[in-house]
Write a protein that binds this ligand. Sequence first.
Ligand SMILES: Nc1nc2c(ncn2[C@@H]2O[C@H](COP(=O)(O)OP(=O)(O)O)[C@@H](O)[C@H]2O)c(=O)[nH]1
Ligand SMILES: [Mg+2]
Length: 412
Amino acid sequence: MLVQPSGSLQIPPLSSPANSQPPSVSPSSQPLTFSLVIPTYNESKNIQRLIQSLSQLLDQTLPGDYELIVVDDNSPDRTWEIAQSLVPEYPQLRVMRRQGERGLSTAVIRGWQVSKGQILGVIDGDMQHPPEVLLQLLAAIQGGADLAVASRHVKGGGVSRWSITRRILSRGAQLLGLIICPQVVGRVSDPMSGYFMLRRSAITGQILSPVGYKILLEVIGRGQIEMIAETGYVFQERLEGASKVTWKQYVEYLIHLARLRSRGRLGRLRQKFNLPLKRFIRFGLVGLSGVFVDMTVLYLLSDPSTLGWELTRSKIIAAEVAIINNFLWNDRWTFGDLARHQPTFRKRLKRFLKFNLICLTGLILNVLMLNLLFNVFGLNRYLANLVAITAVTFWNFWLNLKLSWRVTDAQD
Ligand SMILES: Nc1nc2c(ncn2[C@@H]2O[C@H](COP(=O)(O)OP(=O)(O)O)[C@@H](O)[C@H]2O)c(=O)[nH]1
Ligand SMILES: [Mg+2]
């Protein structure tokens, strides 16, 4: 049984003697190619099947050059004991029974701390992550990626039988993450994934400080990750045991995001104010062109000398034509560099729908603000309108930058 490390959550480099610190680590301290950590809590019914399929796969790809590290938090169902009993049959398996410390993220890090692999990975212990995907992830790292993430949100990915509520909760959490901490959450399509691997050197020496479940956020937030690859996978239904996710994980997720966000604040502020200025000006000019389009269409449809349609109907059409005009220019010009990475029709359509939705919320905000400034604060109506338009332009720009033209730097 592996000895549980203590102290700071830091992954030692392979040459460091700290790595061989636990006396029972292994007979040799030779580095390996790959270490896969399996965090478990009450997975007694799943562990054997998982170890069997992982070993079968890896014995073919990396015979004798990998290790499976089960990190069990002293499960009442004695998962650790069952895992340990499998060691004679699976010599690449190592087991840690953790006591006095609990939690998914720290379990993963403790496992990596005692590992000997140049590539570090994690997979759930409940068979919800299909083992075969492992080989694609490994190949991606060997092909040069620093991080390879199994994703439910790229081609080939999905969830098997999730209720609409669960899907909304999951997407809502992702959206919230994008707003609170876009520089971490926005880098991958599935920031909630618990199935990924990374180059050890990308994270060695960093002091990690995760809260709760989302270890991937921590890796992206604090590691030196340049190239990211993603592979689609379908999140399987649980056949045995039960999920440990409760409302507490949602709260922890928010705390974790806030913590990651507060780092390197100055640098990001600079980025924020320097970089998008050009974009913002373009966005403003495109917005202005939209006003002309809107006016022209409104004239053509509603003026008594032209079609003479009813005003509201004409205005709705005029606004939508202006939105389409703005979207096309923004997609080609303002955010052209970002859009080029995702040129498919589907992605463009998705961007367009998001743009539409954001413009709509902007319009509602505009009307509310105008009313507030005019009726409550007694501002001149045109001045009030100008203030409202300025504020809403910022709102539209920022949300569109973060949501519509957010391009992950991952490659399928
Ligand atoms: N060591 C350890 N593993 C945990 C803990 N909580 C969950 N796990 C394991 O992490 C994996 C994912 O957890 P699960 O509850 O299935 O999450 P879900 O798939 O998102 O519902 C499973 O292998 C769990 O056994 C924990 O506190 N400690
Ligand atoms: Mg699970």
